[in-house]
Design a protein around this ligand. Structure first.
Ligand SMILES: [Zn+2]
Length: 264
């Protein structure tokens, strides 16, 4: 117990016991912690939350952080998560880059990794390669053609990094506007893939990318439109008439020709 390591009368560390139990380095760390006069019972403290209590959410973040730290491509620089959220793009696809970054897009290789029995080959090409995120988004001939026709004119055959490393580097190097284009492209590839797998509908990669860009442009234009003023939306509130006068509130509507229906 921690309480046994403290002289309660002087509120100081019992260095004799601490040095007997712990290696010198840990003992030095413990004894460097200042002790207050206020005492409390020992309790288990979960150091991933502010209040010390365990929560599933904090455990999830802890696991994700260690997963990213272990990944060789992500070990050197912290992933720019905040930048991802500030990329100007439709809200409905904002979650997608996060799924890509965590390799959580349910392509066939990822499904198989999680125990789902599926035919792992890519259905967009005849290369008989596993449909991993890397193949689906960069290496598949369909995806290569899609990126080449895209506004950013990406030559994926020249990319030497793994998909994870490439994606992370893009998030670090590219501007938010460039990232919006790239994320929209990834989303368009994923949607086209789903159409092919679930509805057996094949589509031209150039058309798919153009459609994706059109959605992005439409959304951007909508952001520039002036917002409706609050005053314009304000509903008139009924006020009583001046003293001595009567106020009649009426409503009217047509219900076919030539009837007029008045409602008092
Ligand atoms: Zn393929």
């Amino acid at each position: 117990m921690v309480v046994d390591l403290i002289h309660q009368d002087t509120r100081s560390w019992n260095t004799q016991i601490i040095n007997q139990i712990f290696p010198a380095e840990i003992a030095a760390t413990i004894t460097s912690i200042p002790l207050g006069w206020k005492t409390s019972e020992d309790f288990f403290y979960w150091n991933r939350s502010r209040n010390g209590y365990f929560s599933v959410k904090s455990a999830y973040y802890k696991l994700q952080a260690s997963k990213l730290a272990q990944s060789p491509s992500n070990s050197e620089v912290t992933f720019p998560w905040k930048k991802l959220w500030s990329v100007p793009m439709p809200r409905k696809i904002k979650h997608f880059p996060y799924r890509v970054a965590y390799n959580a897009v349910p392509c066939k290789a990822n499904l198989l990794r999680r125990g789902v029995q599926v035919e792992v080959e890519c259905q967009s090409c005849s290369n008989q390669e596993a449909e991993s995120a890397e193949h689906m988004f960069l290496c598949c001939p369909w995806a290569r053609a899609a990126w080449f026709s895209h506004q950013i004119g990406l030559r994926t055959d020249l990319i030497r990094d793994s998909f994870a490393a490439w994606f992370k580097q893009c998030c670090i190097d590219k501007t938010r506007e460039e990232l919006a284009l790239i994320f929209q492209g990834l989303w368009a590839i994923w949607k086209a893939r789903n159409e092919r797998v679930f509805n057996n509908k094949a589509a031209d990669s150039t058309v798919i990318m153009q459609r994706g860009l059109a959605v992005l442009r439409e959304w951007e234009e909508a952001q520039d439109r002036p917002q409706v003023q609050r005053d314009e939306l304000r509903v008139n509130i009924w006020t009583p008439p001046p003293e001595g006068l009567l106020k009649a509130n009426v409503d009217a509507g047509w219900s076919g020709i030539p009837q007029l229906v008045l409602v008092w």
